[in-house]
Design a protein. Structure first.
Ligand code: PEP
Ligand code: MN
Length: 384
């Protein structure tokens, strides 16, 4: 018997959805949340049974792809699963649940899919050199805003290494608010970063500003940074999804967490599973800092997503005296890492000198951050 409420809810719903396998509740949810599309119905995670075989997994992946969807194998600590993306049509969990080795097929309700905890309950851990990002420890990235000269980057890199940083940052391609500001050294800057890596052993984090320079940047970088201004450059995100390097994806200054996670989804959907989210301050009515550091996004991101989340207190505050307190707050909030700017002579820096700490401040700050992170660590082994 169809109730009045159901008749109202059905109005305007395409006929093919009325036969959808998830029943009327899903249709109601679809109508009440207008940001959801038909594509949401067609996304689920297929959880394999403990002890299922590789053949079982391959059979499921084949069944998914035979229906015109894309299968993403998600190897977890507790279980193996296959995430389904693409939206050629509705999916019936039963199609998969009857295959050997399948425990259950669960529809994903969040608008972002591969980035969601529903899809992958275990934290994503990304290995950079001998370190892990997202393993419960704090990953520290330090370095100048931009690479300016051999002396500047090498001096900073050695100081970062001595202070115990895990990676060196430095832009060779800079996205500047003014076209008259220093735009970065380009390829020679990447070569200087490679020299600094050779001299210190520190992995390199550097930004790609467009599709044209992406392959070149990816050749040199250990982690490719996508800046706040490019968070919604979807064509660039798709290209980044096809490189074999981890991506540090900064939150746009006017982006919600959902938009950040959808941006991450662009990368993940192309097959690159190694995305690090980064809060770097958002625009609000506050004028006492360059931006407003939205630290509460750290626990919120952790709840919704398995991806690691970093904090950049340098761009968020824009003033060197405010960077250490906000870096400490980020570690206390449970960030997986921080990215902080340093310059040997901030007054002469070609970009962001006002927010750069002196390299000699690094050792004390990093030591404090590690103590705080260990104190609040979610895992005992995070004491590093
Ligand atoms: C940077 O890290 O150098 C940078 C430009 O940051 P954002 O994209 O957050 O402004
Ligand atoms: Mn900067």
């Amino acid at each position: 018997m169809v109730t009045h409420a159901q008749r109202v809810a059905r109005k305007g719903v395409p006929a093919f959805l009325l036969n959808c396998p998830h029943g009327f509740d899903t249709l109601r949810a679809l109508k009440s949340a207008d940001r959801r599309s038909f594509g949401d119905l067609a996304t689920m995670v297929i959880v394999m049974k403990k002890g299922s075989s590789r053949e079982d997994l391959a059979r499921v992946a084949h069944a998914v792809e035979a229906l015109g969807f894309r299968a993403h194998v998600l190897a977890g600590v507790q279980r193996t699963a296959i995430g389904i993306t693409g939206n050629p049509g509705p999916l019936d969990p039963d199609t998969f649940e009857r295959l050997p080795g399948v425990a259950h097929a669960i529809p994903i309700t969040q608008p972002f899919k591969l980035a969601s905890r529903e899809m992958k309950p275990d934290d994503t851990v990304i290995r950079i050199g001998s370190r892990g990002i997202g393993d419960g420890g704090l990953f520290v990235i330090g370095g100048p805003c931009a690479v300016e000269s051999a002396d500047q980057i090498l001096e900073t890199a050695h100081a970062m290494k001595r202070a115990g940083a895990d990676a060196l940052r430095g832009g060779a391609f800079k996205p500047r608010s003014s076209p008259y500001s220093f735009q970065g050294l380009g390829k020679p800057g990447l070569a200087l970063l490679a020299k600094a890596r050779e001299a210190t052993g520190l992995p390199i984090v550097t930004e790609a500003v467009d599709e044209a320079s992406l392959d070149l940047v990816a050749e040199y970088a250990d982690v490719v940074q996508i800046g706040a201004r490019n968070m919604d450059n979807y064509e660039l995100l798709k290209r980044v999804g096809r490189i074999a390097k981890p991506v540090l994806l900064k939150r746009g200054m006017a982006a919600t967490l959902e938009e950040l996670l959808l941006a991450a989804e662009y990368v993940l959907a192309q097959g690159n599973p190694h995305v690090i989210l980064c809060e770097r301050g958002i625009r609000t009515f506050s004028r006492h800092n360059r931006y407003t550091l939205d630290l509460s996004v750290v626990p919120a991101a952790r709840e919704l997503s398995h991806l690691p989340i970093f904090v950049d207190p340098s761009h968020a505050t824009g003033r060197r005296d405010r960077v250490p307190p906000m870096a400490r707050a980020a570690a206390a909030a449970g960030a997986d890492g921080v990215i902080i700017e340093f310059h040997p002579s901030p007054d002469e820096a070609l970009s962001d000198g006002r927010q750069a700490l002196l390299p000699q401040q690094a050792a004390e700050l990093f030591a404090q951050l590690r103590i705080i992170a260990a104190t609040v660590a979610r895992k005992a082994e995070a004491m590093r």
